[in-house]
Design a protein around this ligand. Sequence first.
Ligand code: ZN
Ligand code: ZN
Length: 296
Amino acid sequence: MMEITFLGTSGSAPGKERGMPCVSLTRNGELFLFDCGEGTQMQMLKYGINGYKLKCIFLSHAHGDHIIGVAGLLRTLALNGRKEPLRIFIPRGYEHTVRSLVVFDKAVLGYDVEVSGVGQGSVYKGKDFEVFSFRLNHTIPTVGYLFRENDKLSFIKGKCEKLGIKGEMFSRLEEGKRIRVDGRSIGIRQVTLHKSGIKVAYVADTRPSANAAKAVLSADILIHESSYSSEQSGLASARKHSTSQEAATIAKRAKVKSLILTHFSTRYKSTEALEREARKVFPKTSAAYDGYTVKV
Ligand SMILES: [Zn+2]
Ligand SMILES: [Zn+2]
């Protein structure tokens, strides 16, 4: 199971109730951050996200509102005695921007920080999941990320019992070998169901992007920036952001299961209108707030 927590849901500048962009994803005792705006470490404390488990930070682009939190967070992890290496991803060509946040005061962190430039494709592989990046359309090179669990095969209990499959026969099947029971040859596909892995997509600053729609196809959760309401569509287009309706159009096109809006302009005291506009296009939409947590 994955737990997703919105640590900051404002865009560009903080609001009284909203911190700078950051979404955390916890799975099997590992923590991943998508963007790391200023104050991320405070939000982690506030919402009970344990930095000790942090494996990777996936940064969408090098605008300050999305990356400045890296400087403080890395130093606090060092004070807490971190020894594990940390990996940070950023669009290719901007690695030096992240490195400057790591080294500007010559702090001795005591653990390795590996900064990698990404374009489009696979960027990180875990034991049973993979993270992909894809290009977006913003004022500087920007990427979205797709966190995808590997598909699994699960044994059909009743069928296995009926056929007399037991004990180490299961591991032999899992190794791809065929087994013989009562003279019958059985392969794994005959006694299992295919279970698709969960897919969570993070799409930060961008104009509505056909490339993103393709990359996030049939995701369980699409997190999409929603800086403006349709009334400010001119601003969205000039500043290369999306309205909530445009985010919903991408969700519909990509046939995702649910859409969560984030990265709201500070001009909105309430996000109700943005949510309402998006729901007209894609009903399974919700507007995130700081501390909003979803389990999937
Ligand atoms: Zn932004
Ligand atoms: Zn930006």
